[in-house]
Design a protein around this ligand. Sequence first.
Ligand code: AKG
Length: 278
Amino acid sequence: MNFTITKDQKQRFAQDGIVKLPGLISMDLLAELDACFEWSVAHPGPIASGKTDREDFSFVDNGNPEAKSMYDEIVARSGFGEVIAELLDSQYVGYFAEEIFWKKGRSNPTFWHQDTAYQPWSGEHWCNMWIPLMPMSADQSVQIVKGSHKGIQYDGTTFNPKNPTQALWGKAAKFPPLPDITADVAEDPESWAILGFELVPGDVVVFHPHCLHRGGGTDGNMPERRNMVFRFFGDEAYYSDHLPKTGGMYTLKPIAASGGGYLSDGDRYRPADNIQVH
Ligand SMILES: O=C(O)CCC(=O)C(=O)O
């Protein structure tokens, strides 16, 4: 992959928690990613949500075990590992898994959340590579609260369309409730410092998954959105025991460590099942 990360891009990611890498992906690789996307839509995994056989839908698939070898293979030869190593200043880069988003017609945004309310992750060296497969406005693509990757852990959302801030863990955890950023911003556009980018295919956005972030919905003005996300971790990525063992929507399973046994609090994040890509 012929791409040099600039000092400014490194600084943006470290300080803001998000950076746009314009034109990172070649049209050939993009065509391959598009074919992977089509495969994922045709073969939803066990936790996929949304049906695509209607006018209005929001389809999301996440870490499909049947798709693992396909995504491991393409990510390993894509050159993304080198780019992430440079961006994070990390010797090691591991690849976690894919997430697929296809929204059409009238569909809700992906509500504000931090991935660390769902995953046992901590440390500086985590990133989501957010890849648009069609042109998008800043409002339609991913947006973050500037600098929130350095901030506190809020409760997660259950992604209930009737209640976008419904607590994921509630009393099972001591997290502060998720703020209603959408409502706050509707009342006062300056209430939160929000960053996002207009994108065309080939561009990539990289952001830290502890950032408060959301993805746009679709409507009459922007009737379709297709994108995929690849998650990576580096030297300073740790397993963290900050999530309750029970009581939320998810039961976290123990994660087998690459060195044997299971990951525990404070361990460098090196799962047996994830590949090294740099
Ligand atoms: O694309 C979206 O709608 C949300 C993206 C997201 O939540 C993520 O990348 O973790």
